[in-house]
Design a protein around this ligand. Sequence first.
Ligand code: ADP
Ligand code: MG
Length: 699
Amino acid sequence: MPAPPPPAAARSGPARALERLGLSTPEALALHLPLRYEDETRLTPLSEARPGETVQVEAVVQEARVEFRPRRQLVVRLADEVGDTLVLRFVNFYPSHQKTLVPGTRVRARGELRGGYFGREMVHPAFKVVQGDTPLSAKLTPVYPTTAALPQAYLRKAVASGLQRAALAELLPPGVVPAGLPTLREALQFLHHPPPDARLETLEDHSHPAWQRLKFEELLAQQLAQAQSRQERAQLSAPALRARPGGLHEKLLCALPFGLTAAQLRVGREIAADLAAPRPMHRLLQGDVGAGKTVVAALAAAVAIDAGWQCALMAPTEILAEQHVAKLVQWLEPLGVQVAWLTGGRRGKARDRTLEAVASGAAALVVGTHAVIQQDVHFARLGLAVVDEQHRFGVAQRLALRHKLKSADAAGGLEPHLLMMTATPIPRTLAMSYFADLEVSTIDELPPGRSPIVTKVIADNRRDELIGRVRDELAGGRQAYWVCPLIDEAEGDGGAAPRGGRPLAELRNATETHQQLTAALPGCEVGLIHGRLPASEKAAVMARFKSGELGVLVATTVIEVGVDVPNASLMVVEHSERFGLAQLHQLRGRVGRGSVASVCVLMYSSPLSDSGKQRLRAMVETTDGFEIARRDLEIRGPGEFMGARQSGDALLRFADLAEDAPLLAQARRVAGGLLAAHPEAARAQVRRWLGQQVEYLKA
Ligand code: ADP
Ligand code: MG
């Protein structure tokens, strides 16, 4: 009778290590691909082996002994049939080595050949004992990524067995997979056990058809998942919100102190068309920092409100939410719209009254932080939700938003429209892959009259000079931001994730800088704002800076997004090498918002890392948000663009968007048709490749 399997707790080390690597199913094992291959299919005669080459040789042990100089080691001398010799050295060895490697034993050793003083040798080669007729392996030997607890040999066996057992039936009907690619099973078989004549370069650079097949499978699954979620959304109903001639929307347009840019008008039309349809909009509005997204959102809100529905606008920080409220109140209250304001900081009676106004529908526009979607906030008739700087919201908040939108069906199963906004543009390849379920509108032009921002990079030993520069700016009636990465030496400041691992004490902190600038700039009020101030104080400081009472604002990255003070013309960023590219671009976007020429000074301390240099160079070379995003993608890979999709699991494992644009295009071409004609196959494909991760792929 077979022994019962050991309970989970008693599993051996390697078995547990397999599980920890996520390799608990045959399919997962089959998809665990080799890092590289070793060639054990050939023997190199000792006389032909060159020093520096990794070779497999075969010879017979002549002598084995332990030497003690220069340190304790097992030294094994071998000779082949024609008398060429080789020494194997083992500094770490077990008694079993000594027992095995006795004179007369035939050994097959694989390792790097060295031309030692006393002749050829190998240090710590892989070896096995063979007979004269032991066959060579017919295939290249895979070397898998693994951990210390999981020996390569164990993993090889596990993968080989997984590959045998895995369910790898072809799911796709003919014509879908690009011509010339192997079946999935053939592809995996090849990648795990390539024949000796396989071109290793094409395996290493992933251009081999076997690799192409895997990449295509994965990209197709992703496209199908996105197409599915579009399809699901298309079945939902939403209120059809049409702009009335002479309605609130037009009144707001007339009341604005500026005319819209052509790009704003165009995205406005795209949004209006979505709102007018009886299906929920799911649109991302992207536009560089300062492009004027807020007013586009306000116009969309006006359409919704005019049609008798409520609009919620959510911003990632209180400072930003506060700014939106100020602006929207200024724009919309004169037109008779009641604007309510909700943040996490507000409690008590005032909040209760606000909640009442939201629940009764009296508050037509509700602005705030994620407090807007808390459970106890009930909307009478939510028709449109706007999420500003959507990439700044975390997974939990997005899920909460989705839940809120789903449950906002007080009016009979209607789901609100959703407009997301971001100043971090999504590079085209990402838009086509991870974000393929969104409609995207782009504002690709700045309002007229902005003068370009000049960016300078300087070493932090020129600080005093820089303070002189601040003084000049103030004398000209302008204002300046001075951004520091951390608020004090004890603790980080939320968003201001410093890069690198230098002691925090080395960082010049905001409080210290505040004191220094106050002393150096007599006659000027210097403000200080950081994440740990209570909301009301933050708001007060911002208001004083906005009114011009404060000449300089020392800040952490709490001012990173959305803050809008057109009179500020100088942005100083300390330790700029510690910020990400998108973050620097956002910070720079705080100046150059009026017509005055603006300067952004990026201070750094040496030595700069390579990627630090790349980031600062990118900042100097371009102010174009799309170009910045493209370079950011190059420097950091796609992870950082994902927001909720950031979960590493949801990322592509095999495909590489930078290289695989043609495959991506092909997957896009076939996904729609496949989903329509073979919905079952499409679902199976998504399940096989994405499993549980599908949820994360949704916005
Ligand atoms: P962002 O796209 O970064 O959110 P904002 O909506 O904050 O940009 O707009 C930046 C500034 O430009 C604001 O002061 C806004 O009122 C102003 N603005 C927006 N559109 C125009 C326009 N068409 N002409 C002039 N100023 C505009
Ligand atoms: Mg904005």
